[in-house]
Design a protein around this ligand. Structure first.
Ligand SMILES: NC(=O)c1ccc[n+]([C@@H]2O[C@H](COP(=O)([O-])OP(=O)(O)OC[C@H]3O[C@@H](n4cnc5c(N)ncnc54)[C@H](O)[C@@H]3O)[C@@H](O)[C@H]2O)c1
Ligand SMILES: O=C(O)C[C@H](O)C(=O)O
Length: 319
């Protein structure tokens, strides 16, 4: 438990409330502050979670901010506000609706928690991270998108399922944007340190890569009413803890690139050292030509979304 730390969570729906629950159970911080337009529901969840925290002797408390002005001086703010996709939709279909929500929310964060580190979760993730960065005026080290921890966990779960062993010993690696052209990296994935290619065939690895890319859609199709939230919430909580505890551990995160991997003015998923100051270091992994081409294609997709925002004069304040 790191005393006195405050974590704000905007959007207390499926992902936001599950992040709050996870942090409360871990006792990661002193106070978790929920903010949602559905205030009564947020209040009910906060009470329920505070009581769960008491049951496990966690001294985290869960409170509700009735407006962004009540969510002050947070160390970390997680943004999950906005719409999830439904079957048949792509994450990119959420671009304009969630960009407006993100702008509204980040203005409040910048005003009332000016020193916070922001973890963006709303989709389309890389474009929303870009919006949050631009609209907050924060340094790029303080606006970080969550996706790579989730996508890598999915890939690890699929590897375990395929192998039938190795649970807890699998390190899977996914870079690039959080879209269908994300870049799973079998070459950087291992089972107890053993390269994937030593334990799985090329065809099996390819199947895992394709399933990882569609991992979110697979769950959307099953749930029918929204998207995944247990693994996304746990992945976010891992990032929040790394920041609060200043672990300096490396996690795949979506960050604004300024020349890294040869890209500028775009957000993409890369290995990042997380610590008290947010994204403290971007690690540049050696990619082969095929991997470089896939990473470039993924950055191009994100760039396309940023171009759409520009074409709609979003950054000029269009409503
Ligand atoms: N990055 C990832 O890997 C990842 C993973 C899962 C979900 N997501 C995304 O996270 C977002 C949330 O997903 P969810 O399943 O929790 O959805 P949800 O509908 O359950 O919750 C969203 C919440 O946001 C609230 N909200 C909307 N506008 C708001 C505003 N202006 N201020 C405060 N609250 C507001 C809604 O009332 C709702 O409770 C979606 O965009 C989804 O696509 C991203
Ligand atoms: O798939 C979605 O729309 C939600 C999220 O991005 C996920 O990957 O689970």
């Amino acid at each position: 438990m790191v005393k006195g730390k405050r974590v704000g969570i905007v959007g207390a729906g499926n992902v936001g409330s599950t992040i709050a629950y996870s942090l409360a159970m871990l006792g990661s911080c002193h106070e978790i502050i929920l903010r949602d337009n559905k205030i009564e529901i947020a209040k009910g969840k906060a009470l329920d979670m505070s009581q769960a925290a008491a049951a496990v002797r966690s001294h985290s408390i869960v409170t509700v901010a009735e407006s962004m002005a009540d969510m002050t001086d947070c160390d970390v703010v997680v943004i999950t506000a906005g719409s999830p996709r439904l079957p048949g939709m792509s994450r990119d279909d959420l671009l304009m609706i969630n960009a407006k929500v993100t702008r509204e929310v980040i203005e409040g964060v910048a005003k009332y928690s000016p020193n916070a580190i922001v973890i963006m979760v709303s989709n389309p993730l890389d474009a929303m991270t870009y919006v949050a960065l631009r609209e907050s005026g924060f340094d790029r080290s303080r606006v970080i998108g969550m996706a790579g921890v989730l996508d890598s966990a999915r890939m690890a779960a699929f590897i375990q399922e395929k192998l039938g062993y190795g649970g807890g010993q699998i390190r899977a690696s996914v870079m690039g944007g959080h879209g269908d052209d994300m870049v799973p990296l079998p070459r950087y994935s291992t089972v107890a340190g053993v390269p994937l290619s030593d334990v799985l065939t090329h065809e099996e690895i390819d199947e895992i890569v394709q399933r990882t890319r569609k991992g979110g859609a697979e769950i959307v199709a099953l749930l029918q009413t929204g998207s995944a939230y247990y693994a996304p919430a746990k992945a976010t909580a891992i990032m929040v803890e790394a920041i609060l505890k200043d672990t300096k551990q490396i996690h795949p995160c979506a960050v604004y690139l300024e020349g890294e991997y040869g890209f500028n003015d775009v957000v993409s998923g890369v290995p990042v050292m997380l610590g008290a100051n947010g994204a403290e270091k971007i690690i540049e992994v050696t990619l082969n030509e095929t991997e470089k081409a896939m990473f470039a294609a993924s950055c191009k997709s994100v760039q396309g979304l940023i171009d759409t925002l520009n074409a709609n004069k979003f950054f000029e304040g269009a409503k």
